[in-house]
Design a protein around this ligand. Structure first.
Ligand code: TRP
Length: 449
């Protein structure tokens, strides 16, 4: 009896953490980054970073959470009183992500409705462009998505949404597998599959590595205090090393399949055109409707697909808002309703600016990026690596790796112990620093490699 309880608890933790981690990052962001940053080479870099940096940070955050039993705002301070600010910095990242996450969530909501009512029209070339550049409609869908997120958080994240995600996450996996099998087996898919799976070292740049690193942190909800929060709820009986690996595998498999589904399809429809491949955020919205439109029962599959993306996005947006709201409640003793309303109003304002950045304000760019792209770049390519690096420095030199190792070893040996020490002390902070600096210089056009 007892064994069984422990087992289901472990799966519960992994599924809950994976449910929060699996979201737009996997289904929307990963495929467009992989397409833009050289296909196979991006994939290779991502995988290497996942099993090294990703693993080390995942273990570290879960262990810090379980050791301190505190939310990130207080956890860093409890480890070392001089490092309290790092908790604040980590909590700030979701603040940057929340507005544009909900805007994309609004796009997904719109597409779910479009698949139901006008799936053929949604496959037209200009459909997405004219939708995002409009002034009113995207804002309405954005407000709908934000309102649902807000409602769930006001009423508290109950068991219901967690239970639902246990059913829908496997379903999402099944649909993703089925669709990628379908795409790969199409006659014209070979060049796209090759582009996605075969690394071409000519496409390697610091920007690629920086993008992959930012994506890794973003997708696994690392370096923003989320995994610390989850760790704080984890029972001492569960094995951190194994849980960390399972969350990583789940998240990575979904991302890889999403890429396998989208990139060959883009390749086929565009004939490998560089411009189509680097279209960025619009990739999922422009190409997939075409694929659905050309397949048997496409309307049903398309509707189901966007519904599931919507659900994955919603479980993630709820946890992003919850992370900010619980921070405000803890630090300023705010009421839940006040805090939720405040953050939602802020999200609505900044998200509106992002949305108009595709329409009436499209002339306004920051270092060549649209407002949404810029926010995404600052949060993922700058803040996440920065917080990740500082976490490594804190563990490596201030509280010492043993503080984390002893927590991991509470139940059984830490198999990757020596690797962990070397990574957290030297390799990870030094390399993250190098990638961060060169990536920023390159994005600003100062460094050309
Ligand atoms: N990891 C989520 C995804 O892949 C996105 C995300 C970013 C997130 N920050 C978060 C989820 C904070 C929950 C909490 O889409």
């Amino acid at each position: 009896m007892e064994k069984r309880n422990t087992f289901s608890g472990k799966i519960g933790f992994v599924l809950a953490a994976a449910g929060s981690a699996v979201g737009l990052g996997n289904l929307w962001r990963f495929p467009y980054l992989a397409a833009k940053y050289g296909g196979g080479i991006f994939l290779l870099v991502y995988l290497i970073l996942a099993v090294t940096f990703g693993f080390v940070l995942m273990v570290t955050e879960i262990a810090i959470g379980r050791k301190t039993r505190l939310s990130p705002l207080a956890a860093f301070g409890a480890l070392s009183s001089k490092w309290n600010w790092l908790g604040k910095l980590a909590t700030f990242v979701p603040v940057l992500i929340f507005p544009y996450y909900c805007l994309i969530g609004g796009w997904v909501t719109k597409y779910t409705a479009a698949m139901l009512t006008e799936s053929a029209a949604a496959a037209a070339d200009s459909y997405f462009g004219s939708y995002v550049s409009a002034t009113g409609e995207p804002l309405v869908w954005f407000a709908v998505f934000l309102a649902i997120t807000m409602l769930v958080v006001v009423f508290g994240v109950n068991k219901g949404i967690e239970k639902l995600s246990k059913v829908l996450m496997p379903l999402l996996l099944i649909i993703t597998v089925a669709l990628s099998v379908y795409i790969v087996s199409r006659p014209g898919s070979a060049p796209g599959v090759r582009y996605y799976l075969m690394p071409d070292f000519g496409n390697l740049s610091f920007k690629t590595v920086l993008a992959a690193l930012g994506q890794l942190f973003y997708s696994m909800s690392l370096a923003m205090g989320i995994m610390i929060t989850y760790g704080s709820y984890l029972s001492k009986e569960e094995k951190i090393e194994k849980s960390a690996r399972q969350i990583e595998i789940f998240d990575t498999v979904i991302a890889l399949l999403a890429g396998l589904m989208i990139i060959p399809a883009v390749f086929e429809f565009s004939g490998g055109d560089k411009e189509a491949l680097s279209s960025g955020p619009s990739l999922m919205f422009e190409t997939l409707p075409k694929v659905f439109n050309s397949m048997p029962a496409g309307k049903t599959v398309g509707t189901l697909f966007f519904f599931l993306v919507l659900f994955a996005a919603l479980t993630s947006s709820v946890s992003i808002l919850e992370a900010i709201v619980s921070g405000l409640i803890d630090s300023f003793k705010m009421k839940r309703l006040t805090a939720t309303a405040l953050v939602s109003a802020y999200g609505l304002a900044l998200g509106t600016v992002c949305s108009l950045g595709f329409g009436i304000w499209s002339d306004f760019t920051i270092i060549g990026m649209s407002i949404l792209d810029f926010l995404d770049f600052v949060s993922n390519s700058i803040f996440l690596p920065l917080v990740g690096m500082l976490t490594c420095v804190l563990v490596g030199f201030v509280i010492k790796p043993d503080a984390v190792i002893s927590e991991v070893e509470l139940n059984g040996p830490f198999r990757m112990k020596h690797f962990y020490i070397a990574m957290v002390r030297w390799i990870a902070p030094v390399l993250i620093f190098a990638i961060l600096v060169s990536g920023i210089l390159q994005s600003l056009g100062i460094l050309k490699i």
